[in-house]
Design a protein around this ligand. Sequence first.
Ligand SMILES: *Cc1c(COP(=O)(O)O)cnc(C)c1O
Length: 380
Amino acid sequence: MEIESLSIHAGERPDPAYGAVGTPIYQTSTFAFYDVGKNRGYDYSRTANPTRKILEETIAKLEGGKAGFCFATGMAAETTVLHLLKAGDHVISGDDVYGGTFRLLENVMRPLGVETTFMRLNDRRKIEAAIRPNTRMVWLETPSNPLLNITDVEMVADVAKKHRLLTAIDNTFASPVFLRPIDYGIDLVVHSTTKYLNGHCDVVGGAVVTTTDELTERVQFLLNAMGTCASPFDCWLVLRGIETLSLRVKQHAQNAAAVADFLGSHPAVSRVYYPGLKSHPGHDIARRQMKGFGGMVAFELKGGTEAAYAFLKKVKLFLLAESLGGAASLVAHPATMTHASMPREHREKAGITEGLVRLSVGLENINDIIADLRQALEPG
Ligand SMILES: *Cc1c(COP(=O)(O)O)cnc(C)c1O
């Protein structure tokens, strides 16, 4: 089945108990054994839950992986994956990853003895030069947050395989509709389901997809041992959102492309970041490895920080908020919001300036979206 159909039919559906087409919320902590040592496949909801299971199987199928696991948040998913490592291990990570990922690697994992080198993952030789005897994992995110840099997934997976390193990718921005990293040889896919997979700004959640029996067993063990799993109700919301994933992300991308074109020709704008633009440095790789360019656009104003603040005050339809991937258009100021946890000097090295504005282009009518941007960019 294709991704649009899998979004609706993957997993054990309809529900085996009564044939419910809408997946039931199994809001239970525990499951009765019908005899000593005998149950119906579930014993306790931390370990596994039928509602969660259907979502896990659905996300695994969408990504083309072996098994899926759902977590309380995207950060819980990342925390669990990073616990595949142990003290003394070394990670190579993209340098413009999500601010929370940076914070987790630097302020949680480093004190536990797992050190990370942050670098631009665009040069095979530079990646190889950064590999140490204790390097275990390469962490990447593409398109990256907030600058939408593109990483060649196949190249990174290939370098990692040659050196027997695990690869983990944060596929939150692209979603499996536009990018399927496992097809390029990636070992682990991570999602903040809070964003496009759920798509309605009403849940926080995370997911991990594995590609081998060994990784599946390890992640299942860690999820259960660490208790990082998602609740049945949150899984039900994400399942509901995923049914329309493909329709939504295609419309997000269409609207974002129109916004990028509009901003690119606006006199108050100095620079637009959107992988769909021919001028974007990662455009050719994005066109090769992705089926669409996504719904996120970033830009800088000629007037710098001051102009950015004025713009943020004037937008009406775009809500000033963290997060992305919902039906409603959102605008964020990465330096003070999503990336405030990244030290200023690291931010500047990665190109995240004080004047940078990030848009999550929503599903409103494109004329209303452009009209709001136009009025907010007017001088005075
Ligand atoms: C939001 C986000 C996360 C963190 O997910 P939460 O659900 O907020 O914990 C990780 N990576 C990316 C790219 C994100 O946008």
